[in-house]
Design a protein around this ligand. Structure first.
Ligand code: G6P
Ligand code: MN
Length: 442
């Protein structure tokens, strides 16, 4: 790449941003930045995160110009890449999404179950608006989307616009980097036979030098107590209690199935157990994250004032490696394999042709080209197909603004026990979110 890139981040005031910038610094040889625009509607967060980022750039990428703005068009015009990590309705919106289902004895989670449904209905209209602004003002730009629920957002963008776009999630990178740590090999030495939907995917086989390493992992699991096993997956895992719990549950499912699941499969495998924990704790994950975010911003403020060294407290290495890696593979026409959320196009023949699926893809200057992963094991095929149908209907409901389609979508979600309960949950969401969901017409 001869010149540096113009990159913007929508939702740039997020606590994830400094970790992402560390990724750009690590990769600056391959992915040089000449201009970075951080856009956020929250001026307070933008100014705190902006001053940390300013320091990082001055110290490590002095040639990169930093722009902070609250105006979206500033972050769209003349950009090569637009990274999107917005949260429509903020964490209070997420709290409503997670809180309501628990009243009906249903899992309350940001992206899985009714929570993800509500989040999709609230987020898709905003994302479609962003996509059409890009199409209008800067159609050659790439949108790299991290906004959740990633799979549904991707499906809506693909249906509603013609922009150049890839949606990603860092979960596949967590799996790749932690298995690489376990094997003590570089992550790029592993190849994944991996299939499913975002937050509902499985690694069926993981190859190192052509040999599937999952049987070896399963054997180690049998002979090693958990406390000794955890550190084998690398230090990043040990930093975050949520990720540690996810690893534990992931390994429990792996033990039974012989395949490594996305951590979000825990909500399907251990539904009763997790629901019980959610009821007992009396706090939603949104409320926990609100508290964490306040502490993190206070910490960033101290770092910006030079009172303490900067530490990445959210997002971390995986998020940055996925985002900057993907962006670099497009910018450099690198033909590298990343697991991404892309239109199926036959990669999983048991799912619709245009469904967004999460599979390994070859990434080059034309985008992400899915690799054929073939027939899914019958043990998990039904769940994936059921969630795929729920997702298709949810996206349709959001794009058409149709209440009945939304009800049909939630009624067929495998975690929702009946159409009747789906109706109660949907109506509670409509009341609680008011403006956010007022566009759904009966
Ligand atoms: C993982 C998921 C993301 C999610 C993030 C934070 O990285 O893949 O989709 O946004 O965790 O989850 P949390 O519950 O901590 O906000
Ligand atoms: Mn994710």
């Amino acid at each position: 790449m001869s010149q540096g890139l113009n990159v913007s981040i929508l939702g740039g005031g997020s606590a994830y941003t400094p970790g992402l910038i560390q990724g750009f610094i690590r990769q600056s040889k391959h992915v040089p930045l000449s201009r970075l625009v951080l856009m956020d509607i929250d001026e307070h967060k933008l100014s705190i995160v902006g001053s940390v980022v300013d320091q990082m750039l001055k110290a490590s990428l002095p040639q990169c110009r930093l722009v902070l703005t609250t105006e979206r068009k500033q972050a769209i015009k003349q950009m090569d890449f637009i990274i999107c990590q917005i949260r429509v309705g903020g964490l209070p919106g997420r709290h409503i999404d997670e809180h309501i289902p628990i009243k009906y004895g249903v899992i309350g989670q940001e992206t899985t179950g009714p929570g993800g449904f509500s989040m999709a209905l609230r987020t898709i209209p905003a994302m479609v608006e962003i996509a059409s602004e890009i199409e209008d003002k800067n159609p050659r730009a790439w949108l790299i989307n991290y906004t959740n629920p990633t799979g549904l957002v991707a499906e809506a963008i693909e249906k509603a616009s013609g922009i150049r776009h890839i949606s990603i999630c860092d979960e596949p990178m967590v799996l790749q980097e932690s298995l690489a740590a376990f094997l003590r090999v570089p992550p790029e030495n592993l190849f994944f036979d991996y299939f499913g939907l975002n937050h509902l995917a499985w690694a069926r086989r993981v190859f190192a030098k052509g040999v599937d390493i999952l049987p070896q992992l399963r054997e180690t699991l049998e002979h090693t107590p958990l406390e000794k096993l955890e550190p084998l997956f690398g230090e990043e895992i040990l930093k975050d209690p949520k990720v540690r719990t996810e690893l534990r549950n992931t390994l429990r499912i792996f033990e039974k199935t012989g395949m490594m699941p996305s951590p979000y499969l825990q909500y399907y495998w251990f539904t009763g157990e997790i629901l019980e924990q959610q009821v007992q704790s009396g706090r939603t994950r949104a409320q926990e994250v609100m508290q964490m975010e306040q502490d993190i911003l206070a910490d960033y403020q101290k770092a910006a004032a030079g009172e303490k060294p900067f530490e990445t407290l959210r997002g971390g290495k995986w998020h940055a490696d996925m985002m900057v890696g993907m962006l670099g593979a497009i910018a450099n026409d690198a033909r590298q394999v990343f697991i991404a959320n892309v239109p199926n196009h036959g990669a999983l023949p048991e799912l619709p042709y245009n469904k967004i699926v999460e599979v390994p893809a070859l990434v080059d200057a034309r985008g992400a080209h899915p690799l054929a992963m073939g027939i899914m094991p019958v043990e998990v095929r039904g769940l994936i197909q059921a969630v795929a149908a729920y997702e298709e209907l949810t996206v349709q409901a959001a794009l058409r603004g149709c209440y009945d389609t939304a009800l049909a979508a939630l009624s067929c979600h495998p975690l929702v026990p009946s159409g009747e309960v789906a109706g109660h949950i949907l109506d509670d969401y409509l009341r609680a979110h008011k403006e956010g969901l007022a566009y759904l017409r009966r």
